[in-house]
Design a protein around this ligand. Structure first.
Ligand SMILES: [Fe+2]
Ligand SMILES: [Fe+2]
Length: 289
């Protein structure tokens, strides 16, 4: 079996720092210029269709809390704000650079839905709990499972075995990862985040999202990302097989002051109904009924 040290070395060496795509670079520069207008920025983003679709999807996520449909990129920029937009564009570009298309082992759409839902739920949870809402909470949610992409792309045969074990046995995906690689996608994602020189608290949030009690610092952020991940899995049942069987860590709940089980259940139900209402509306608007 490969040793964790070997895997770490491989993750940090084979993966060259992906150059940000030209459009993302331009967005970052424009956002830093106070004279940039939303419509100018919109024009640049619109030249990249995949990026535009993802930015609109984030702005329209039912959990983001904007009451009306956002159908233009200019409007999305106003709703999200320049700084948030910059973080979002960088994160989307980073994960996209890793990702390949779906195959029988990896569902790219499910991956993105889960990443976006977790980012938006983390932001919402932070706000609902009265923590300072910063975009790092959102970005942590967006990037938390990027280790899965790394395994799928760079450790193909091991990833295949992990998926087979998780599908055919009672083991969770994390246990299957441990049994094949002796590390999990959380650690792998953390190593990549280190390699990309992401801030220390984000590296921690990514590498400890399934073991938040191990955090020695940045408890709040680590616990928030962990809880948002679990809420996102419970709300969007069965979207991602790599989070099979995950549940709340009691220490993380306690660190966020979420000691009342019923209140947590109610929160999840509330999120589920927000999602369902949005889905119903989409079905009606699309004339499917
Ligand atoms: Fe995960
Ligand atoms: Fe996850």
């Amino acid at each position: 079996m490969m040793s964790p040290e070997y895997i770490k070395e491989r993750v940090q060496s084979i993966i060259q720092l992906p150059a940000l795509p030209a459009v993302a670079m331009e967005v970052v520069e424009m956002v830093d210029n106070p004279r940039t207008s939303a419509s100018k920025l919109g024009k640049v983003i619109s030249t990249d269709q995949a990026l535009t679709a993802k930015v609109l999807k984030i702005a329209n996520s039912p959990f983001y809390g904007f009451p009306r449909k956002i159908s233009t990129i200019d409007f999305a920029i106003i709703v999200l704000g320049y700084d948030a937009l910059k973080e979002i564009v960088i994160s989307i570009s980073l994960i996209s650079s890793l990702q390949k298309k779906s195959d029988g082992l990896f569902d790219a759409k499910g991956f993105w839905d889960h990443a976006i839902a977790t980012g938006v739920l983390a932001r919402r949870l932070a706000r609902d709990l009265g923590y300072r809402v910063t975009e790092e909470v959102f970005v942590g949610g967006l990037l938390h499972d990027m280790g899965v992409s790394v395994l799928h792309r760079y450790f193909k045969s091991e990833y295949r075995r992990i998926v087979e074990i998780a599908r055919e046995s009672e083991l969770t995906f994390l246990e299957a990862e441990e049994s094949v690689l002796s590390v999990t996608h959380a650690e792998v994602g953390g190593w990549l985040a280190e390699r990309w020189n992401l801030p220390r608290h984000l590296v921690q949030a990514i590498s400890l999202h399934h073991t938040p009690a191990k955090a020695e610092s940045n408890h709040e952020l680590v616990s928030l990302i962990h809880c948002a991940d679990v809420v996102s899995c419970k709300v969007m049942k069965g979207q991602t097989e790599f989070d099979k069987g995950i549940d709340f860590d009691k220490v993380a709940l306690a660190r966020l002051g979420l000691n009342d089980e019923n209140a947590v259940e109610e929160y999840i139900e509330n999120c589920t109904s927000i999602l369902n209402a949005d889905f119903e509306e989409a079905v009606r608007a699309g004339g499917f009924r």
